[in-house]
Design a protein around this ligand. Sequence first.
Ligand SMILES: Nc1nc2c(ncn2[C@@H]2O[C@H](COP(=O)(O)OP(=O)(O)OP(=O)(O)O)[C@@H](O)[C@H]2O)c(=O)[nH]1
Length: 312
Amino acid sequence: MPSPKADGFRAGFAVLAGRPNAGKSTLTNALVGHKVAITSAKPQTTRHTIRGIVHRDTFQLVLVDTPGLHRPRTLLGKRLNDLVADTLSEVDVIGFCLPANEKIGPGDRYIAAQLANVGKQAVVAIVTKTDTVDRQAVTDQLIAVEKLGREVLGEAGFAAIVPVSAVEDFQVESLASVFSAYLPLSPALYPDGELTDEPEAVMVAELIREAALEGVRDELPHSIAVVVEEIVPREGRSDDNQLLDVRVNLYVERPSQKAIIIGKGGARLREVGTNARHAIEALLGTKIYLDLHVKVAKDWQRDPKQLVKLGF
Ligand SMILES: Nc1nc2c(ncn2[C@@H]2O[C@H](COP(=O)(O)OP(=O)(O)OP(=O)(O)O)[C@@H](O)[C@H]2O)c(=O)[nH]1
């Protein structure tokens, strides 16, 4: 591996924006490739969650996520808009995902307008899922995206427009190099080392906690503890088809809180599981099977024995 201090090395943060289903997670997986090395649980800025790290010989791109960006319906008006703009201003480049197979809609325009507010960051438009449509449709979408860029960002428009297919690995590497051009000259921010179990489990726990609190933060402010029991490779799988079994217990203090987490007929817990699984797969760059259980540990916040058991 070349020295991270080599001349010309660039490192920094990028966020993938875009409405739900635009292909952000799949693209994150494709960019990150297989294993991700994470040795520190906390990114430099605690307002972001790391989704994955792209290590290359000449640059290191840290893909982060920003709460509130993708879900306009949960935004609390201007204050949260400001927060999103504020948080986004800490990344070096923004990728804005627009699927090739769907017309640009109000959700896309809403996010585009938010990105326009951020100010100085380059916004790279990414036309995703190009494998789902024919060439002409990709061309038409590129033209529509160009027009959107000029509408929301002024004459200069988007910094670049890159068509990609994460599924067919079309232009994924080109996109990584386009991003790298906007990163500052800097040594690598995270070591390209071995994955150690402990920080990996911390990150996984954080992603599950975040998914479990989504939408119920007011009802369950500090009443959730997440314990990752084990992360083990499933036996008998080939190297290019690995699966990790991730076993997790989620502790709440009261049965009423357990009911909130689980939701009607288990619907909410299934959603939590799916969201957490996507995030963890993007982080680890490999498929996982998430075995998630909710348990009541009475008054764990006040009980030192429980706290020790829960890893505090
Ligand atoms: N054919 C094809 N399908 C894709 C591609 N990228 C994503 N998809 C599919 O599109 C759907 C949504 O992709 P995700 O990556 O989950 O989208 P997302 O933007 O992360 O969605 P949210 O998590 O809801 O915000 C999934 O069913 C993917 O399999 C692609 O390049 N080609």
